[in-house]
Design a protein around this ligand. Structure first.
Ligand SMILES: [Zn+2]
Length: 398
C-alpha cells in the first residue's frame, strides 16, 4: 500500500455525522460509511472529530528559539527595543536557523497545522542567511507541511538602506512574497516604503503582506494608503495587512470606512490576538466582507515568550479577546485559523470533500467549538494522505 493511501474509520465530521475517509495518492476519494478500502490498512479514529488542517497565516520561523534552553524575555516594552534586542541575541544562538525553524515546524505539525506563511528577516547585515535557513527547513519538511516565505524587512525598508535589494534577491532565492513594516512608524515615509514594495511586487508578480503595528490616526492613514496602492497596482486579492491594531482603536465610523475599503480592495487582515494592543473588530470585518486569517506570530523568540505552535489555542485567544462565547462565534474563530488561511495562502483543493487534498486531523472533542476552547492533543495528523503525527508526537513525512 502506498504510504499516502489511508482508510480512516470511526470519525465524526463537524456536522456530527459518523463517517469513514478513504484516501488514495494523497487525495480524498470517498467519504461515507461502509466504504470499501480494498485491502488498505484501516486506521481507527476512536470516534474523534475530524477537521481540515489548520493554517497558520503569520509566523516567524527564523526567530524562534524552540529547542534551545529557556531564554528569559530580555526586550523592553516597545517595538524598537525588541528589534534591537533580537539583533544582539541572534548571532550567538547555538542552533542554526534551519534547525530552529525545523523544531518549530514539528510543533506546528503535531498540532494539526498543514500550511503556514512565515515572515523571514532580511537586511544587509543578514543578507539571505535567514531566508536560506528557512528554505532548507521548508524542503526538509515538505511532506509534512507547506511553507510560504515572505521576505520581511524587520528593520525597515528606507530606514535600513540596502534592504530592498536583499528583498529582491530573496525572491530569486525562493521567497514567495514581499513584506513591509510600519511605513510611518519605522521608515517615517509612507509613500516611500509603499512605492518601493508595491513596485517590486508588481515587477515580480508577487503578493504583499505588511506588518502594521502603528495605532490610531497614523495607522489609519497607512491603511487608507495601502487600500489606494492595492487598487492602483491592480493587486486586489493579493495584499494582506498583518495586525492592523489601529482598526481596533480609532473611532468606529472611521474604522468602518477603512473596513469597507479593505473589503473592496480584497485586502485580508491577519490577526494573532495581540496581548498589548487593540485587536481589530474581526467579527464585524468578516461580516462586512473582509477576509480575516489568523497566525501565531512570534513563538518563543525575542519578541514573545509564549506559544507552542497550536492554531486552535490561537483561535481560542482570538475568541477570548473578541468576547466570542456562542458556538457560531467560536466556529468563526476556527474559520480564521483554517479555511480563511487556506484562501489567503492559495491552498487549492482544501477541505474535507472528495477530490481534495487529504490534509486533516482528529481530536477527541464533541464539536468544533469545544476543540477551540479546550484544544486537547491531536490524535492523528494527516498531510497529503500521510500520517505525520500521532498523539502529540511528530512522525515526519518521507
Ligand atoms: Zn509578525
Amino acid at each position: 500500500m502506498p504510504d499516502n493511501d489511508l482508510h480512516l474509520v470511526n470519525v465524526r465530521t463537524a456536522a456530527g455525522i459518523k463517517t469513514e475517509i478513504l484516501v488514495r495518492e494523497g487525495r480524498i476519494t470517498a467519504l461515507g460509511t461502509a466504504l470499501d478500502g480494498g485491502g488498505m490498512t484501516q486506521v481507527d479514529g476512536n470516534g474523534d472529530l475530524v477537521l481540515p488542517a489548520l493554517v497558520d497565516s503569520h509566523l516567524h520561523l527564523d526567530k524562534s528559539m524552540v529547542g534551545l534552553p529557556w531564554h528569559p524575555h530580555a526586550a523592553g516594552p516597545d517595538r524598537q527595543s525588541r528589534i534591537n534586542t533580537e539583533k544582539t541575541i541572534r548571532d550567538g544562538l547555538p542552533l542554526s536557523v534551519a534547525v530552529r525553524a525545523g523544531n518549530l515546524i514539528e510543533r506546528l505539525v503535531v498540532h494539526g497545522t498543514g500550511h503556514c506563511r512565515t515572515h523571514v528577516d532580511v537586511d544587509p547585515e543578514l543578507g539571505l542567511s535567514s531566508v536560506e535557513g528557512v528554505l532548507e527547513a521548508r524542503d526538509h519538511y515538505k511532506n509534512a507541511i507547506t511553507v510560504q516565505v515572505i521576505a520581511f524587512p524587520q528593520s525597515g525598508v528606507l530606514a535600513c538602506p540596502g534592504t530592498l535589494a536583499v528583498m529582491e534577491a530573496a525572491l530569486s532565492a525562493g521567497a514567495d512574497l514581499l513584506g513591509g513594516i510600519d511605513p510611518a512608524g519605522i521608515d517615517g515615509d509612507v509613500e516611500g516604503q509603499l512605492n518601493a514594495i508595491f513596485s517590486l511586487a508588481e515587477k515580480y508578480g508577487v503578493g504583499i503582506d505588511i506588518h502594521l503595528h502603528d495605532g490610531g490616526e497614523p495607522g489609519a492613514a497607512e491603511v487608507a494608503a495601502i487600500i489606494e496602492r492595492t487598487k492602483a497596482h491592480g493587486m486586489q486579492g493579493r495584499v494582506a495587512i498583518s495586525h492592523g491594531f489601529c482598526l481596533g482603536d480609532i473611532a468606529e465610523a472611521a474604522a468602518d470606512r477603512l473596513i469597507d475599503g479593505m473589503a473592496e480592495a480584497g485586502i485580508t487582515n491577519v490577526t494573532h490576538a495581540p496581548g498589548g494592543s487593540s485587536i481589530p473588530p474581526v467579527k464585524k470585518m468578516h461580516e462586512r466582507g473582509v477576509a480575516v486569517a489568523a497566525g501565531n506570530d512570534g513563538i518563543r523568540d525575542s519578541w514573545c515568550p509564549y506559544g507552542d505552535g497550536d492554531m486552535l489555542e490561537r483561535a481560542m485567544l482570538i475568541g477570548w479577546r473578541s468576547n466570542f462565547r456562542t458556538d457560531p462565534d467560536l466556529e468563526l474563530a476556527y474559520h480564521f485559523a483554517s479555511q480563511a488561511g487556506a484562501d489567503l495562502l492559495g491552498v487549492s483543493d482544501y477541505g474535507l470533500a472528495v477530490g481534495n487534498r487529504a490534509d486533516f486531523f482528529t481530536i477527541p472533542t464533541e464539536t468544533t467549538a469545544e476543540a477551540v476552547v479546550r484544544h486537547p492533543q491531536r490524535s492523528l495528523v494527516v498531510h497529503g494522505g500521510q500520517i505525520v503525527a500521532r498523539n502529540g508526537l511528530y512522525e515526519g513525512g518521507t
